[in-house]
Design a protein around this ligand. Structure first.
Ligand code: PRX
Length: 670
């Protein structure tokens, strides 16, 4: 596939001969996770989780009830216990005498650094909680966080949790319009943002998007936001609304360093995180406190084999995604880990930046996405070879299926052919890792997430909800409730039931296709719905189609995710122009202009991450007799494959028309 891959001549043989990589005896001997955990959980799944909740979480009031499934599909875990998430992530470590332990090594993209101990974090979070309280935030409120990767981002989330206010982090790559719809849906009282952040060597702006998002627009009133708190990061000039806008440093520095955490019920909302679904409207996934903390702490400790006193952990995700919530903020901090947080991109100022950071901090556990690994493969293995990566001892992968070639490269080049790799399957909705090998226990298979974790009932079923035999394929489902499961879609119980619990009544439908191999190991095969996975990010085809048709040029649009060597899938859009604009696409220059306009339009409506890689102007779209767009055929076209069975098309000549009218691919500017 690429130069760097072909330098591994034995790959085919290796895959064929070895098939699985058993843990080394040394690793197995000292591993946190033991094979006996599977038996313990199988004996009494609910009691297994109760034990984890008692061991890994500190409760203000201990719980006496474990699981209440009487109002299924809304679960209650540990319902009569009370606790505070920020206390668990920070204060209890300081109280245990670990105040001097480094919590965060921050590395800014320009090279500035900051070291934050647990004692520092306790002071900062307490002050920020006092500052937010002074601005009117109380338990039960929602606070939107729209920030780059900074120490303040972690502090802001924990300050909300300390007050019992739910945070809703919106990824900084989303546009003002996308931010507005999330702020409105959540009914947020306050937004925390920054003047901007550093990305690819230059400051980018964030505050203008917030100003636009919360102002009145097209007859819609201003949002419910009363204050905007602004972190200063880049020294850019920002527009200022007196009385509404507050500098983070002014508010936080003036605040008291003591704050009594709000002790909340286990089922108190911790956060809402918006994710794309099959319709145009993002879903506000709701997570609560006790169960979420239990499972994020358990998985972080056992899947990554964290030894808090000696490991340096680094997860390259952004806090705008669930991976950042569970495996930068809550899981690692609950376990008292020392971690790296890096602000920027892997190729700034050079393509070895990540490996330089691993060397500099002695990172021992590293968690990233297959798309990043494939990009590094493309850049060439001589780049990581320039750095000392010998500190690494566990590697993780998340967000999309990892192809065996990328898995092997990751292990050989980054892991010096010795580190275990954990391929972790989970979702925004599951809150924490659900399927993964356990290092020290599982013989790892390149490309497979393999086994449900102890206490997790993941399986593969057919159309009739019957478990498939080994060797069979079907849909991935979760047959029993788990502690960190979503408790609903914010404000829309019916949609929650329809989306996840109606396909197979009583069991959770994940939306992923999967197969079981002859050993019973699970292989994920990608989404079976209209959700795309681009660079490990979830995007909805319908949402991008809605964005396209909201442009005056477009009459109709169909979007598909086409296979892409680096990003897994790429967004490809087919559009029919409105009659009066149709002739604009008749010249190369005209179609290039249209493509640019529409790509910019999608960036404005949703964000740069959703920009189609290619936009093809067509005269018609393939539809069934009932008017449904046949995306499968469009995917064939986008992937340059022979078009499959088109017999159910209302007009089968449409496909010829589309193929002959194919435009050349546009440059990827994303
Ligand atoms: O399709 C699966 C894919 O990512 C989806 C969840 O996306 P999101 O909620 O954004 O969370 C991503 C980070 C947890 C899943 O439905 N996915 C995630 N991890 C894997 C995966 N597909 C295959 N293998 C994985 N390890």
């Amino acid at each position: 596939m690429t130069d760097s891959q072909s330098t591994s001549p034995s790959l085919e043989n290796l895959l064929h001969e070895t098939r699985a990589f058993p843990p080394s005896p040394e690793f197995a001997a000292q591993a946190n996770a033991q094979a006996s955990m599977y038996d313990e959980a199988a004996t009494d799944r609910v009691e297994f989780w109760a034990r984890q909740a008692r061991e890994l979480v500190t409760w203000k009031t201990p719980f006496t009830q474990t699981l209440d499934w009487s109002e299924a599909p809304v679960a209650k875990w540990f319902a009569d216990g009370t606790l505070n998430a920020a206390y668990n992530a920070v204060d209890r470590h300081v109280e245990a005498g670990l105040g001097d332990r480094v919590a965060i090594h921050f590395e800014g993209e320009p090279g500035d650094t900051r070291t934050v101990t647990y004692a520092d974090l306790q002071r900062e979070v307490s002050r920020a909680a006092n500052a937010l309280a002074a601005l009117g935030v109380t338990a039960g409120d929602r606070v939107v966080i729209y920030l780059p990767m900074l120490v303040e981002s972690v502090v802001a989330m924990l300050a909300c949790a300390r007050l019992g206010a739910a945070h809703s982090v919106v990824f900084g790559g989303f546009s003002a319009d996308a931010l507005r719809s999330r702020i409105s849906d959540a009914g947020a009282k306050l937004v925390i943002t920054a003047d901007g952040g550093y990305r690819r060597g230059a400051p980018s702006a964030l505050k203008p998007a917030v100003d636009e998002a919360i102002a009145p627009k097209d007859g819609e009133p201003a949002t419910t936001v009363e204050h905007v708190v602004v972190v200063r990061r880049t020294e850019q000039d920002v527009a200022w609304t007196e009385g509404r806008d507050v500098w983070w440093h002014d508010a936080v520095e003036a605040a008291d360093t003591f704050h009594e955490p709000a002790w909340v019920d286990a089922e108190h909302p911790l956060f809402i995180l918006y994710t794309s679904g099959t319709t145009g409207k993002p879903k506000g996934i709701l997570h609560t406190t006790g169960g979420y903390l239990t499972q994020t702490a358990f998985t972080h400790k056992n899947v990554f084999d964290l030894k808090a006193e000696s490991d340096v952990y680094w997860c390259t995700a952004d806090i705008g995604w669930v991976t950042g919530h569970s495996y930068i903020v809550y899981g690692p901090l609950l376990n008292g880990a020392t971690q790296v947080i890096y602000e920027g991109t892997p190729d700034t100022p050079h393509r070895g930046r990540w490996w330089e950071i691993v060397q500099k901090y002695g990172v021992s556990i590293f968690y990233t996405a297959p798309t990043a690994i494939r990009a590094c493969m493309k850049w060439g293995e001589e780049i990581p070879a320039e750095f000392d990566l010998s500190s690494l001892r566990v590697l993780g992968s998340v967000g999309e299926p990892i192809n065996p070639e990328a898995w092997m490269w990751y292990r050989r080049v980054i892991g010096s052919d010795r580190t275990p790799i954990v391929d972790t399957w989970w979702q925004t909705e599951t809150g924490a890792i659900m399927i993964s090998p356990l290092p020290g226990v599982t013989a790892a298979k390149p490309g497979s997430a393999q086994v449900p974790l102890p206490g997790i009932a993941a399986t593969v079923v057919d159309d009739e909800a019957r478990p498939v035999p080994d060797g069979g394929g079907g849909y991935l489902v979760l047959a029993e409730p788990w502690p960190s499961m979503l408790r609903g879609i914010w404000g829309d119980l019916q949609r929650f039931k329809d989306t996840y619990w109606s396909r197979f009544p009583g069991i959770y439908f994940a939306g992923d296709g999967a197969k079981k191999d002859d050993d019973g190991d699970i292989w994920l095969l990608g989404r079976v719905d209209d959700v795309m996975n681009v660079s490990g990010h979830r995007l909805s085809t319908t949402e991008i189609e809605s964005a396209l048709v909201s442009n005056e040029l477009v009459a109709e649009a169909a979007v598909v995710g086409a296979a892409d060597e680096v990003s897994g899938q790429a967004v490809v859009a087919f559009v029919i122009l409105r009659g009066e604009h149709a002739d604009q696409a008749s010249t190369d220059e005209g179609s290039a202009r249209i493509e640019k306009t529409l790509r910019d339009h999608v960036a404005k409506e949703i964000g740069p991450i959703a920009k189609p890689k290619r936009i093809l102007v067509v005269a018609e779209l393939p539809k069934t007799r009932s008017g449904k767009i046949m995306r499968r055929l469009l995917r064939d076209v986008a992937e340059n494959r022979e078009v499959g069975d088109a017999t159910t098309l209302a007009d089968s000549s449409v496909m010829n028309l589309i193929q002959t009218g194919l435009a050349k691919p546009t440059e990827d500017e994303n």
